[in-house]
Design a protein around this ligand. Sequence first.
Ligand code: ASP
Ligand code: MG
Length: 407
Amino acid sequence: MRVVQKFGGTSVGSLERIRKTADIVAAELERGNEVAVVVSAMSGETNRLIALAHELNPDPERRELDAMVATGEQVSAALLAIELKSRGIAAYSCNGAQAGFRTDSSHARARIRDVDGSQLIERMQQRAVPVVTGFQGVDERGNITTLGRGGSDTSAVALAIALKADVCDIYTDVDGIYTTDPRIVPQARKMDHISYEEMLELASLGAKVLQTRSVELAMRYKMPIHLRSSFNLVPGTIVSEEDANMERAAISGVAYNRDEAKITVMGIPDHPGIAAGIFGPVANAGINVDVIVQNVSAQGFTDITFTVPRGDYKATLDLMHKACASMQAKDVTGDNTVAKVSVVGVGMRSHAGVAGKMFEVLAAENINIQMITTSEIKITVVIDEKQVDAAVRALHGAFGLEGEPAA
Ligand code: ASP
Ligand code: MG
């Protein structure tokens, strides 16, 4: 087998942790596998560096920021290589350029153009272990670029694809993806397996653990990710293609997000162009709109309600007051104490009635649904944020996610 192992900031956060990480690499080699490693900066290091730059200038040039933050990963890659070498393992550190990561020139959010893995493959076949810096690459003029915060996950998946690895193991400080947030439901269960699509839809449960881009990339190239803990060496959660033969529960997980605000534009004269009149200015301001509901029009007037991240609430309200005037709409109202709760699962494709059951469960808890939106494998409701915990607990229980998954 050929394995790419990625270690996050906490797994290389101290010399003690680097020794533990070297144990994990050594064990993989002992199993007879070919190994390449990708590392993050030591935990806290990227933040520390960015803060330094901001002390000099609140808006530092991005090219220089990239040159600076890329050093974090170089330190951890070199330290791990030193430790592996002192154990007699033929390890060597590689920065982004040395590992063949070519990117575009958008500093601080560069996209990977291609990764040339030919040299690394040759050396891995001779039992050498490249320890590659995550998060960074070079553009065509040789400038150092970085992929955006959390980008080492994406580096690891891209490297696994380039090296034609069998799996990309991502070692972190949690032991997998849970059916919901264990802080709300202590009986939440670790999932052994989840599909790429579910992982993307369960953003609130998964996004803090894996950079979304890395999952999108893995899905495109069908690269399995094994998300697991470097602190507790039990099997974690495999993120891979959906297994069509598997008997599935209707729902795989319950996600929520409190970072939501709702805005309603009321009494808009209903004619072509009103949605563009509302969402154009919001998009131009770089604000992400999520759930949208438009009412049927009565007497030629309609209402549109939508949600935005809570931090963008005030800015969006201001934009809507302006749009309201130019569209001759009657009023704008909003509420920044709402939240989103979603049930997610590829099982929805074969189980009818999931939406009905979700609404019944919420009704029994006396939870008022303000907005509803669905995709093929997800149903989302917008509710009062004070009722999130009750909603998550009730749904997690009602869909049988505690203990063994229901067939
Ligand atoms: N060190 C970078 C960050 O903190 C990249 C990463 O860790 O994935 O965002
Ligand atoms: Mg991370």
